[in-house]
Design a protein. Structure first.
Length: 458
């Protein structure tokens, strides 16, 4: 829909046909309007925003990416900026303000009304990446002695400013959260029943100082659209909604995926990241991995004499080290993701080790059998494996069992070790595991070869 309308918007704006422009935008939902405007030059976006009603303009502004928001703030008149900032949801406004330079943030805060400025300063005062930065103070709270009719009247009067009406929060006279009740309970109850009659005193709340990623696990476990936020004394001070938590989950998953790929996580979207930042984030890990792979050459140099005696051993080096690296990468990826989702804790390391020992043996035996049969059968039709193909086949087969087992154990245990030391398990990325197993795999391979081929090829 956006693709077909966007050229018409450009023509309408050039013609200064504001009646047609208003008609083209008024029936579209805010996300679609934002998508349309992002394709327009900044000066045309300003024209479109002047046409939109104030509340609608604020809703559309929230759906623009941060770069587009910053450009618009620079291009719009001070009064227009003030109107949008005052109408924005507090949590979305906080996200914007914390991305702006400090001097610009001060200017933006000065444009807010006293009440909105107090809210913005309060949210910005919480630590970065804390729940306090995500929460909004717009919610509906009631008292346990109220009747259902009183609650519904209260919702009608004050609910239009609430971030969500799916949950009603019950507080005591000090503002301490004592329960949360779904709105459907009030809609289905008799008007003369009291709130206390509907309470079960079972609720889940977040602390304002909790890490934002904590909210992801809570929302996943509790299946909620909103979760209350309290201070250290249990006083209700805001709520966090699912849309903000989804952004946190996406950011965390993106960061982990980039780390698993063998690079430092980008702080901005791919197309918005500066070239110098992209090189810096990728080069550091590439250099580290390259230096690690240099140990592979050192290991092969240590076994130079064995390779000269049995050149056939060198044919299987890529096969051996890639199998170990692949098995280690698989195990590391599975464990890292399980730790991120809360499926595993540090106490589960022994259970994981036992499971991966059997997995490594099974997978290694499968690959070892294939490697053995490949050499044994091929040697019937070719002498490429020399005059002692069966000992070579046994060497390759046993090495594959050993290296896959080692790779699986290393890949599954390293994330636990890093978590125990206080590091992000995603740092034990697939390339890092592969490099580690490559080096140690060569030592395992030539050690087994020296043991099995002594007296024949060596």
């Amino acid at each position: 829909m956006a693709v077909s309308l966007q050229p018409d918007l450009e023509e309408v704006i050039r013609a200064r046909d504001f009646v047609a422009l208003r008609g083209a935008l008024k029936n579209l939902p805010p996300p679609e309007v934002a998508a349309l405007l992002e394709e327009l030059p900044t000066e045309d976006q300003v024209v479109a925003f002047r046409i939109l009603p104030r509340e609608t303009a604020a809703d559309v502004f929230e759906y623009l990416n941060l770069e587009a928001q910053e450009q618009l703030l620079k291009a719009m008149a001070q009064g227009e900026v003030a109107a949008i900032l005052n109408e924005m949801a507090p949590d979305d406004r906080t996200t914007l303000l914390e991305e702006l330079p400090a001097t610009v943030t001060k200017q933006m805060l000065a444009l807010l009304t006293p009440d909105e400025r107090a809210v913005a300063v309060s949210l910005l005062g919480y630590p970065e990446d804390s729940i306090g930065r995500l929460m909004t103070p717009d919610y509906v709270r009631v008292r346990e002695q109220w009747t259902v009719q009183h609650v519904l009247d209260h919702v009608r009067k004050y609910g239009q400013d609430s971030e969500t009406l799916s949950i009603i929060y019950v507080v005591d006279e000090r503002g301490v959260l004592i329960d949360d009740i779904r709105i459907r309970e009030f809609l289905l109850a008799q008007p003369d029943r009291r709130v206390a009659d509907l309470m079960d005193h079972h609720y889940v709340a977040l602390k304002a100082t909790d890490d934002q990623e904590t909210a992801v696990s809570v929302f996943r476990r509790e299946d909620r659209n909103a979760v209350p936020v309290t201070d250290s004394a249990g006083v209700l001070i805001g709520i966090v909604t699912i849309d903000d938590v989804l952004d946190v989950a996406e950011e965390a998953a993106t960061e982990d995926i980039q780390k698993i790929g063998g690079m430092a996580a980008l702080e901005e979207p791919y197309m918005q990241a500066a070239f110098s930042q992209m090189i810096r984030k990728r080069a550091v890990w590439l250099i580290v991995l390259f230096l690690g792979e240099m140990l592979t050459a050192t290991a092969m140099g240590y076994f130079e004499e064995e390779i000269q005696r049995a050149v056939v051993l060198a044919l299987f080096v890529p096969l051996i080290i890639s199998s170990g690296g692949n098995s280690g990468s698989q195990a590391a990826t599975l464990v890292i993701r399980a730790l991120a989702l809360g499926e595993l804790t540090l106490r589960d390391w022994w259970r994981v080790m036992r499971r991966e020992i059997w997995s490594g043996l099974a997978l290694g035996s499968l690959l070892g059998l294939i490697g053995f049969l490949r050499i044994a059968i091929w040697s019937r039709f070719s002498d490429v494996y020399g005059t002692h193909p069966l000992p070579v086949a046994f060497t390759v087969g046993l090495t594959l069992v050993s290296i896959v087992l080692w790779g699986t154990l290393a890949g599954s245990m390293l994330p636990f070790l890093l978590r125990r030391l206080g590091f992000d398990p995603a740092v034990s990325s697939a390339p890092f595991i592969a490099t580690l197993v490559d080096v140690t795999g060569l030592v395992i391979y030539f050690s087994i070869a020296a043991l099995l081929l002594r007296g024949t090829l060596l």
